[in-house]
Structure formats: structure tokens, C-alpha cells
Ligand binder design. Structure first.
Ligand SMILES: O=C(O)c1ccccc1N[C@@H]1O[C@H](COP(=O)(O)O)[C@@H](O)[C@H]1O
Length: 219
């Protein structure tokens, strides 16, 4: 089975190069002003050029207005939108029609019952992202470096397309793969030396850990 890997919150050429060298299938840019990973749409448009033909460029937004999304799409040219706020199924459908882009809808999870929340998005969202609920007091809906109990994903329909996200790092990704066997992984804080500062060495280490875990499982 192929495993997609999204390195999210890229802001520098060095981090982009490390993500692509490692074999990222997706690279993500954060368009949420309160995030330490925020990047201007035009700068994301410049950075994403390195990924052309190698990885899909994902625009991460949180309940964004049409005007802001218009700017992002015009300047960054994303391959996919990640909606990480409380966008309704109707809003997801509207944005898919407006931009003609696939949409990944983020859903925050702490227990199995939370997975029921994907039902109204069936046939609308192209893919889901299961992320941990933000800790109390956090201003960020994602990118908090906290994990949820990945075992709750084990019972999902085998054909469901999603990315497991939240608190991943080189030390725990093997557990995530073993417990949930997800079709995709998404990581941000776990490859940073400080909030918003990607560390190319940690990115390389993460890919190495993924390969080692997959080799172990294949053996
Ligand atoms: O990363 C952010 O700052 C962010 C801001 C607003 C919405 C989503 C955000 N991040 C998403 O959350 C995942 C998980 O992050 P982490 O690995 O737990 O730090 C990240 O990959 C983004 O998809």
C-alpha cells in the first residue's frame, strides 16, 4: 500500500528541499494569521514551485473568506485545499465548485464517536484529516503537536482516504502506522526545532523512521 506523507507549515527553501528529498507526497502551507507557520500567499507560490511534478501543494485555511481564498488560489496555485476550521458540508461543496480543487476536510478527534462527524461530508470531501483536538487555551486549531489515541482509527472502512495528523514525530510514527495503518500521515511540529522553525535534519529523521517502521512491518 502506498503511504502519502505531508510535511506541513513550510516557510523556507531548505525545509522544502528536505521534504522533497525525503519523498513527501504533499507539502503544506499555513494561511492562518495566528500561526507561527503563517506564510504570505505569494511567498508560498514561490516556494511551491520546487514541488512541481514531485509533491502536491496544499493550502491550509481555517474558515477563510472567499476573498482570502481567491488570493491564495491566484498567488499560490494549490493542488488541494485543506479546510481546518468549522466549514460545513455545504461550504466544502461550495469551495470545491468555486475553485475546482480537491478538498481535504480536517476533523478533530479524541474518541471513536468523533469519527461520526465525517458522515455529512461523505461524497463531498475528497479526503479527511484526523487531527487531535487543540489543548485548552490554544489559539491554533492544528499544529499543536498533540496526538490522540490512534487506535480509534483502526475500525474505519479500509477504503476511506485520510491522513493521520497531530503530534507525530520520528519516535512515535512507528506506533501510528502499527495501530492505525493509515493511508497518509501529516506532520508539522514534530519536525521543528522551535514553533514555526522547520529543521531539515528532523525532516530527514522522520522519513528514515517511516521507512524503518514500514520495513519492519514488511519483514
Ligand atoms: O500548523 C499550524 O499552525 C496550523 C494552523 C491552523 C490550522 C492547521 C494547522 N496545522 C495542521 O495541523 C497538523 C498537525 O500539526 P502537528 O504535527 O501536531 O504540529 C499540521 O500538519 C497541519 O495540517
Amino acid at each position: 500500500m502506498t503511504l502519502d506523507i505531508k510535511i506541513c507549515g513550510l516557510k523556507t527553501d531548505a525545509a522544502m528541499a528536505a521534504a522533497l528529498t525525503g519523498g513527501a507526497s504533499h507539502v503544506g502551507f499555513i494561511f492562518f494569521a495566528k500561526s507561527p507557520r503563517y506564510v504570505e500567499p505569494a511567498e508560498a507560490g514561490r516556494l511551491r514551485q520546487a514541488a512541481a511534478g514531485k509533491a502536491k501543494a496544499v493550502a491550509v485555511t481555517v474558515d477563510a473568506t472567499d476573498a482570502f481564498l481567491d488570493e491564495i488560489v491566484a498567488k499560490m496555485h494549490p493542488d488541494m485545499l485543506q479546510l481546518h476550521g468549522s466549514e460545513t458540508p455545504a461550504r466544502v461543496a461550495e469551495l470545491k465548485a468555486r475553485y475546482g480543487l480537491p478538498v481535504m476536510k480536517a476533523v478533530s478527534v479524541s474518541e471513536a464517536a468523533d469519527l461520526e462527524r465525517i458522515k455529512p461530508y461523505a461524497g463531498i470531501a475528497d479526503r479527511f484529516m484526523f487531527d487531535a483536538k487543540p489543548p485548552k487555551g490554544s489559539e491554533l486549531p492544528g499544529g499543536n503537536g498533540v496526538a490522540f489515541d490512534w487506535r480509534v482509527l483502526a475500525g474505519l472502512d479500509a477504503g476511506l482516504d485520510y491522513m493521520l495528523s497531530g503530534g507525530l514525530n520520528a519516535a512515535n510514527v512507528g506506533d501510528a502506522l502499527r495501530l492505525a495503518n493509515p493511508p497518509g500521515l501529516d506532520i508539522s511540529s514534530g519536525v521543528e526545532s522551535a514553533p514555526g522553525v522547520k529543521d531539515p535534519a528532523l525532516i530527514e529523521q522522520f522519513f528514515r523512521a517511516v521507512r524503518a517502521a514500514r520495513d519492519d512491518r514488511a519483514a
